[in-house]
Design a protein around this ligand. Structure first.
Ligand code: ADP
Ligand code: MG
Length: 452
């Protein structure tokens, strides 16, 4: 492209060279954006003899622009959900009133006609349909956050354990259920009935994604989301949360499905099988609890839903607070492979600010390339488990051919006990869960570097 531009615009038309384009830095193998400005010098016959000018590295600006674009897209999505929610809520509200009238007169009519009469049989069918509509409306109201909540300070673990029997019954015997309750779990301010609804909806979806059987893992733990993480993830809010995750080993979702899962009436299931209201209900309920919901999924591998519920203020001071020293620094060289650009840049800045030298790669193949050029300098590799082109496991195997002793940390957005990370746990390798906090990452890195 640049060559054609040079030929047509500069050499033929004699215009100034003024273009932004990408180059590959031969030293690091990384792509860079540059802005080239230049002009031609001519001989007496007006033939170009040389070109002069400047080339400026504008990679940072381009990255910032890309990041801004991504944030804007996330914000737009949030605003759309907000608008759809308001619309759904408005419709549901009016519709609810209509249903009230329809069902009310239906009951009266049934009384008058007599339940055994011919007309009575018809009225009963109408009432049954009306009641189904009422359930739908209730779900829409939940999505638009107009449901009245009965908030209490609750122990999430208790709610989950009490519900397991019911979940087992719903998911069937071909699916294993794993419940891993976090220690010293913080108290959340929530409506236990709605939390059950959230869990149920997620488990039913997980079941539907595993017709051949599989595993559902429900987990709880305390987490903290940092301010700087929020700067690159529009959905995130800083603070301390209880994380409830539900992971399945089902068929997963493609990008199109992932982009739409929370929208009301979005379903990939057949008529009569799905309403498309399960996840929009979850979304609305979580928002109403001032929480956040995130989804990670990979086609053919499985899905994790992560629900962050804010800690109840009262107990926030006493729960889960560990007294820890200052965040450790280091000067080693770290190979960082991560395909999500915002996560990669964030991790890179965490590490560089703490003194480390970072070699970043955008996928597994690039990670190997970087490794090949710096095999002896790299002290530790921080690899994303799921990456395009070559996953973390494959990269690990290839790297080990040259450096069997290399220190490794794997990063995964999936739940710690899900199947995708089995090889990590089997080999006793270090795993860090995304989204990770800065101090958690830095401590983990020192732990692995300083370990035996
Ligand atoms: P429904 O289950 O009625 O289709 P939901 O709102 O519960 O509606 O889910 C919307 C869509 O999201 C589903 O149709 C399915 O395609 C996808 N989905 C939800 N959960 C999962 C999951 N655990 N695994 C794979 N796909 C899922
Ligand atoms: Mg569903």
């Amino acid at each position: 492209m640049v060559t054609a531009y040079l030929q047509d615009t500069v050499l033929e038309k004699h215009e100034r060279f003024n273009k932004e384009y990408k180059i590959v830095d031969m030293k690091t193998g990384q792509e860079k954006w540059v802005h080239g400005l230049g002009g031609l010098r001519f001989d007496e016959n007006n033939n170009p003899i040389e070109m002069f000018g400047t080339i400026q590295d504008i990679t940072d600006r381009k990255q910032a622009e890309a990041e801004r674009g991504k944030l804007e897209a996330q914000l737009r999505q949030a605003q759309k959900m907000e608008a759809v929610g308001q619309l759904a809520g408005g419709v549901a509200h009016d519709f609810n009133n209509l249903l009230q009238v329809i069902l009310g007169y239906g009951d009266l009519a049934l009384d008058e006609a007599g339940s055994d009469s011919v007309a009575g049989a018809s009225i009963k069918e109408m009432l049954r349909a009306g009641n189904r509509a009422k359930t739908l409306v209730r779900q829409l109201l939940a999505f638009s956050r107009r449901q009245v909540l009965d908030m209490k300070d609750i122990d999430l673990n208790k709610v989950i354990l009490e519900l397991t029997k019911m979940i087992r019954r719903v998911i069937g015997e071909h699916i294993d259920l794993n419940v891993i309750t976090g220690h010293d779990l913080g108290t959340v301010h929530a409506d236990p009935g709605q939390i059950e609804q959230i869990l149920m909806n997620l488990c039913v979806n997980a079941r539907d994604a595993m017709p051949e059987g599989g595993t559902i893992t429900i987990e709880t733990e305390n987490v903290r989301i940092e301010e700087n993480y929020c700067q690159t993830h529009a959905w995130a809010e800083a603070g301390r949360f209880v994380l409830l995750s539900v992971t399945d080993t089902g068929h997963g979702m493609d990008e199109m499905t992932l982009a739409n899962v929370f929208e009301p009436f979005f379903t990939t299931k057949g008529v009569g099988e799905g309403t498309g209201l399960g996840l929009s209900t979850v979304y609305g309920l979580v928002k109403q609890h001032r929480g956040t919901v995130e989804v990670y999924s990979e086609v053919g591998k499985g899905t994790t839903f992560k629900i962050y519920l804010p800690l109840a203020e009262r107990s926030a001071v006493t729960v889960g607070d560990k007294i820890e020293g200052p965040v450790p620094r280091g000067s080693e060289t770290i190979l960082l492979a991560e395909d999500d650009e915002t996560v990669r840049n964030l991790a890179k800045s965490f590490l560089e600010r703490s003194g480390y030298n970072v070699l970043a790669a955008r996928n597994g193949e690039e990670a190997l390339e970087v490794f090949k050029n710096h095999a002896d300098e790299i002290d530790l590799a921080l690899l994303d488990v799921m990456m395009p082109k070559l996953g973390g496991k494959a990269v690990l195997q290839r790297i080990r051919e040259t450096r069997p002793d290399i220190r490794m940390i794997f990063a995964s957005g999936y739940s710690m006990n899900a199947i995708h990370t089995n090889f990590i746990l089997d080999e006793g390798l270090a795993l860090i869960q995304k989204p990770y906090r800065r101090d958690v990452l830095l401590r983990k890195i020192r732990e692995v570097l300083d370990g035996e």
